[in-house]
Design a protein around this ligand. Structure first.
Ligand SMILES: O=P(O)(O)OC[C@H]1O[C@H](OP(=O)(O)OP(=O)(O)O)[C@H](O)[C@@H]1O
Ligand SMILES: Nc1ncnc2[nH]cnc12
Length: 185
C-alpha cells in the first residue's frame, strides 16, 4: 500500500475525506441475515484518508477535552489516533471480563446482540472525556459508554462517530444535539 494515494484514484475524489467515504465497505447479511455491516478496515488502510477522517471526527471538540475514550474494539483505533494527534489521554472502554481491576459496568443492547462495557476509575473526577466509536446503529453501545463515563464522575465533552447508519433510531436514542458523525448512510 503506497503512503500517498494513487494519482489515478485521487483524481476521482476532490479530498481525502471524499475518498474515505468510498472506503467504507458494505457487507450484506453479516453477521446475521438482514444486517448490512459497515466495515471501516479499507479506510484504515489508507493513510491520508484515515488522517482526514480522524481530523474530521474530532474537529468540533478541539480544546474541549482532556481524554479520548474509545469503545472496544473498533473505537479503540480511532480514539488512539485522536489522543495521539491532540496530546490527550486515552481511555479504553472494554467489553466485559477483560479488565484486571474492579471496574464499573453497564449492560446494553446493540443492532445484533447484547453486551456489557466496563472501565476502571483511573481519571480525576470531572475529567473532560470525548467519546468515540466507528459506527452508530441503534445507539445502544454509545449510550452505554456515555452512562459509564457519567457513573465514573467524568464530564462528557462530546460524542462522535465515524459512520451513522440512518433509520435505526440511533441518533434519537443518543438524544444529544451535539452528536457528531462524519459519514452517514
Ligand atoms: O449502535 P449499536 O447498535 O450499539 O452498534 C454500534 C456498535 O456495534 C459495533 O461494535 P461491536 O459490538 O460489534 O464490537 P467490535 O467493535 O468489537 O466489532 C460498532 O463498532 C459499535 O460499537
Ligand atoms: N451494521 C453495522 N455495521 C457495523 N457495525 C455495526 N454495529 C452495529 N451494527 C453495525
Amino acid at each position: 500500500m503506497p503512503e500517498t494515494p494513487d494519482p489515478q484514484l485521487s483524481a476521482d475524489f476532490s479530498t481525502d475525506l471524499d475518498r474515505a467515504a468510498s472506503l467504507i465497505a458494505e457487507l450484506p447479511d453479516y453477521p446475521a441475515p438482514g444486517i448490512v455491516f459497515r466495515d471501516i478496515t479499507p479506510l484504515l488502510a489508507d493513510g491520508p484518508a484515515l488522517r482526514a477522517t480522524v481530523d474530521a471526527l474530532i474537529a468540533p471538540f478541539l480544546g474541549s477535552f482532556d481524554v479520548v475514550a474509545g469503545l472496544e474494539a473498533r473505537g479503540f483505533l480511532l480514539a488512539s489516533a485522536a489522543a495521539y494527534s491532540t496530546g490527550a489521554g486515552l481511555m479504553p472502554i472494554r467489553k466485559a471480563g477483560k479488565l484486571p481491576r474492579p471496574a464499573v459496568s453497564v449492560e446494553y443492547d446493540l443492532e445484533y446482540g447484547s453486551a456489557t462495557v466496563e472501565a476502571h476509575d483511573d481519571l480525576p473526577k470531572g475529567s473532560r472525556v470525548l467519546l468515540l466509536d466507528d459506527v452508530l446503529a441503534t445507539g445502544g453501545t454509545l449510550v452505554a459508554g456515555r452512562d459509564l463515563l457519567r457513573q465514573l464522575g467524568y464530564a462528557v465533552a462530546g460524542v462522535a462517530v465515524l459512520f451513522e447508519i440512518e433509520g435505526l433510531g440511533g441518533r434519537e436514542f443518543v438524544n444529544d444535539p451535539g452528536l457528531h458523525t462524519v459519514f452517514h448512510s
